[in-house]
Design a protein around this ligand. Structure first.
Ligand code: PDD
Length: 289
């Protein structure tokens, strides 16, 4: 298959899949999601993404439709069905299917959606423009819910300004990107906002901080300002699909470019880990017809 859509056990080409209008995601965005990059038919950091989904679902009191291990197997099985070994794996869990009422419908059973699309990695040597946007989101940004309107609006504003990503800030304090975590390098220190209800605990962020510590790079988990971003040696953003992207402008003004060696070392360490861990064999590949 070139693309794949899955809904509660049924699957087929993504473009041909149909879902019930009464899935609560249509009315309320009532669900949680995850996304990761697949290489060699192996979804990267799958366990970390599954654990975060379990935490997000627990916060919304959405029960998992199956054990985490069974969900893992389903995702691996679906990943093996795609022709391309390089893809974007996305899955979401919605509260259930019922006529529209705000409170949880009784006896709702969660719906599992999975999508897979071919994907090619960005050239890691590229650098990108950023646009600062006031962070008008609510105070549950640590939960990976489907309520993404402020993120969508910010991403569109950035795109219209010819930028790759928006930098959310609350009164000048940077929180994160519209779909990434933001970081700076200053005097050899990797600085990033601390985990709180104001940011998503990014899997890429966590892995990068761990790698930095192993490499002896000091890490400071303290929020920085837009001003500090302008004065940083490097500024960059991370996500499961973008990996580790260097920023070259913020609001049209040049930033960073003063510690490319350290940024490259961190990015290469991340890419090495990615390549190593995606060199395993997906057991479901052998069962393909
Ligand atoms: N977004 N912050 C936000 C608001 C995000 O949406 C994302 C990821 C991240 C980075 O998290 P991670 O490293 O676990 O991907 C931070 C995904 C890629 C998306 O919405 O498509």
């Amino acid at each position: 298959m070139k693309t794949l859509g899955y809904y509660n056990g049924e699957y087929g080409p993504l473009e041909q899949m149909r879902v019930p209008m009464n899935d609560r995601v249509c009315f309320f965005g009532d669900g949680v999601y995850e996304a990761t990059t697949v290489e060699n038919h192996i979804p990267y950091a799958l366990d970390e993404h599954l654990q975060r989904m379990e935490r997000s679902a627990a916060k919304l009191e959405i029960p998992l439709p199956m054990e985490l291990q069974a969900l893992r197997e389903t995702l691996l099985e679906m990943t093996a069905k795609l022709d391309s070994g390089s893809s974007q794996l996305y899955w979401q869990l919605t509260r259930g299917t019922a006529p529209r009422t705000h409170a949880f419908p009784k006896d709702a059973r969660p719906n599992l959606w999975i999508t897979l699309r071919p994907f090619s990695m960005r050239d890691p040597s590229l650098s990108y423009g950023l646009l600062s946007v006031p962070d008008t989101r609510y105070f549950h940004c640590d939960v990976k819910t489907l309520n993404l309107i402020p993120n969508v609006m910010a991403a569109e504003r950035a795109a219209r300004a010819g930028c790759e990503e928006a930098v959310f800030h609350r009164d000048g304090m940077v929180t994160e990107g519209s779909h990434s975590n933001m970081h700076i390098l200053k005097n050899g220190v990797l600085q990033t906002a601390p985990l709180s209800n104001l940011i998503l605990p990014g899997i890429t962020r966590a892995q990068l901080l761990k790698l930095a510590r192993e490499m002896g790079v000091p890490v400071l988990e303290k929020a920085f300002t837009l001003q500090e971003m302008f004065q940083a040696d490097e500024a960059f953003f991370t996500s499961a699909s973008a990996f580790c992207c260097r920023a070259s402008t913020l609001d049209g003004k040049p930033i960073g470019g003063k510690d490319e060696a350290l940024l490259s070392a961190l990015r290469n360490a991340y890419l090495d880990k990615f390549r190593k861990e995606t060199s395993a064999v997906n057991p479901y590949l052998e069962k393909r017809p």
